[in-house]
Ligand binder design. Structure first.
Ligand SMILES: [Zn+2]
Length: 139
């Protein structure tokens, strides 16, 4: 069972249009153990509703463990005919391509063949339902 811990969102101005960009940091627990961390960002008022996100999976328990024990999956979520679409993207296309905390960032092809990819989609399924900021954005 997954449980999400919510941080206060941060807001900034979108450089392209001046609308509000929301950034989220979330901690995901599985059976009360630290399981994943994700970041998400989206801008209200863009013509297409599209979320950028990245999920880091791996070892979180011990701070002395470096981020090489984690793997990060960058992706986007958008709507197509009322259905959520989740697409993995290459590292260089991610706004978090220089972030190391979440682990080694995978390109799309490596992500799709990774043994943890089902966990990624499990978390994105929860994001669009349990994460109120995200659910409200797509409503
Ligand atoms: Zn914009």
């Amino acid at each position: 069972m997954l449980k999400i811990e919510f941080e206060e969102p941060t807001e900034s101005r979108c450089e392209c249009c001046g609308n509000t960009t929301i950034r989220l940091t979330r901690y995901v627990y599985k059976d009360n153990n630290a399981f994943a961390v994700y970041y998400a960002s989206f801008t209200k008022g863009h013509p297409e509703k599209r979320l950028s996100g990245i999920i880091g999976l791996g070892e979180w328990g011990d701070d002395s463990l470096a981020s090489e024990h984690r793997v990060a999956f960058p992706f986007q979520i958008w709507l197509k005919e009322d259905n959520f679409q989740v697409g993995l993207i290459d590292k260089e296309k991610s706004p978090w391509s220089h972030v190391t905390f979440l682990g080694k960032i995978l390109d799309r092809e490596s992500a799709l063949s990774h043994k943890w990819i089902s966990d990624v989609f499990h978390i994105t399924d929860h994001m669009v339902v349990d994460d109120k900021e995200i659910a409200d954005f797509f409503e």
